[in-house]
Design a protein around this ligand. Sequence first.
Ligand SMILES: Nc1ncnc2c1ncn2[C@@H]1O[C@H](COP(=O)(O)OP(=O)(O)OP(=O)(O)O)[C@@H](O)[C@H]1O
Length: 313
Amino acid sequence: MRPIEVHDLRKAYGQVRAVDGISFEIDRGEVVALLGPNGAGKTTVVEIIEGHRTADSGTVRVLGHDPARRERALRERIGIVLQEAGFDEDATVAELVRLHRDLYPRRLDAAAVIELVGLTAKRSARVRTLSGGQRRRLDLALGLVGDPEVLFLDEPTVGFDPEARRQAWSIVRDLRATGTTILLTTHYLDEAQHLADRVAVVVAGRLVALGPPAELAARGRSTVIEFRSAEGADVTTLPDALGDGARVERDGAGWRVTTEDTTRALHAMTGWSIEHRVPLDAIEVRRPTLEDAYLTLVGERAVHAGADEAVPT
Ligand SMILES: Nc1ncnc2c1ncn2[C@@H]1O[C@H](COP(=O)(O)OP(=O)(O)OP(=O)(O)O)[C@@H](O)[C@H]1O
């Protein structure tokens, strides 16, 4: 038995098939990141696994229990770190952590957890005086203090400064090392790349990819060629010059070409550049990252589904 088992999960809201047949399992001590555009169905999947929503069909087991039954015996063994959990604003950080700790049979030391999330200096501060990032650290402390076997993290580092982010990542890695099973949602692909043993990409209620980040990034044999061009340069004829074997996309101040035939693409691009007098400034040829793979996956699915709302985030 694995700590999390999900089989053919389905959930519709009226006509919207929010979750449309999703299956996956997570091993003990494994970190899985759920990725997907806004409205893809991630929250619905996670909340069904947490026992906060009920599925229309399919089976879910968390530590062998059906979470829909909301048994105390299960709740005591899982930790949930939500965004914007409601707190008693007048309580202090230390009071809240201790109160929370008392709900669990397996407990960590409250002061140690406060230290772990970097809130020791704020331990006597009232919740209402905390900054946004400090509240999120408190969320994390409350999720950890019951020493959970399975931990759910909902966009755990939104609003964190870069140092706090690194600190949160290191906490997650330490937890994994002690055998905690972690399911997290994130829109930060670098976070998924750093933390996740496997990423699960959900688009329009379906799982379109599941695997280690490096494996997903290396899927296919494509290469990414990036360049900048002067303000107002006309790049409209470049796709024709490249033909069907390459994709051209705007990327911030520059352009990104994705191709499986690097030599041919570079040849076509330099020829086009000279002919049209558009210099390929800061040209760079690189292996695709998880972000490239994700954008390709989400872009393809959006085209297939005809869903113009499936915009990558
Ligand atoms: N309570 C609800 N009632 C009706 N429709 C809902 C409800 N909850 C979610 N939906 C719809 O189900 C789909 C999936 O929503 P969900 O919140 O699971 O997506 P998500 O991947 O978590 O999105 P985000 O990244 O924006 O948080 C969306 O089309 C959403 O509008």
